[in-house]
Design a protein. Structure first.
Ligand code: GDP
Length: 194
């Protein structure tokens, strides 16, 4: 099995992105925190796994949010041999502010923690920066440079070595992500998708 997982905070647009990518109906606007377990989709030969959305939101207890995080980590550990790529979906316009809020509390944002963990597990992370329709064209590069810096890379984002795909899932603008995935599948000799 060749598995690709999708992970991100609640409300980043992960379901919307998966719908556009696979043409399958992943429920959009799920109440945050309701789904604890990963959801599997089959897409060609690929197993695509939609991880539960993480993060603290109203209506979700701190305990439940911790459970979600633990479930994600356990799932990745248990299936690290077959998970080849992890698409980390972030809400571009909201990301930097969220990271700064966590920094101010001396805590590591879950997205960044997950990123390090994926690297440790030898899983290739691809960061899908969603909701780019909200960002002015002139501000895009600067914002993406700051985002990769938070992930621990030196910019510019296009050359930092982290695969970054700016997308606007709701508008169906996901080409940078499909291209990045296609390219990686090709390198992994799995070019039978997209
Ligand atoms: P999930 O919780 O990560 O699965 O997020 P959803 O797919 O349910 O989307 C959360 C909200 O973000 C919904 O209101 C979507 O319409 C909205 N959304 C998703 N993608 C985009 C996007 O590319 N741009 C904008 N502006 N909103 C989006």
């Amino acid at each position: 099995t060749f598995e690709v997982i999708f992970a991100g905070r609640s409300n980043v647009g992960k379901s919307t992105l998966l719908n556009k990518l696979t043409g399958q109906n992943v429920r959009v606007g799920k109440r945050p925190g309701v789904t604890l377990k990963p959801i599997h989709l089959y897409f060609g030969d690929f197993l695509i796994t939609d991880m539960p959305g993480f993060g603290f939101m109203s209506g979700v207890t701190k305990e439940k949010a911790e459970d979600v995080k633990d479930n994600i980590v356990n799932y990745i550990e248990d299936h690290a041999d077959r998970i080849k790529i992890a698409v980390q979906v972030i809400d571009g316009p909201a990301f930097l502010e969220i990271v700064e809020r966590w920094d101010a509390r001396d805590e590591i944002p879950i997205d960044l923690e997950l990123h390090s963990f994926l690297l440790e597990m030898n899983i290739l992370p691809v960061v899908a920066v969603n909701k780019m329709d909200k960002v002015k064209e002139d501000d895009m590069d600067g914002m993406l440079d700051q985002i990769v810096e938070k992930f621990g890379y030196e910019g510019p984002w296009k050359e930092c070595g982290l695969l970054v795909a700016p997308v606007a899932a709701r508008d169906g603008q996901i080409r940078p992500l499909t291209s990045a995935l296609k390219n990686e599948f090709h390198k992994m000799k799995r070019d039978d998708l997209f």
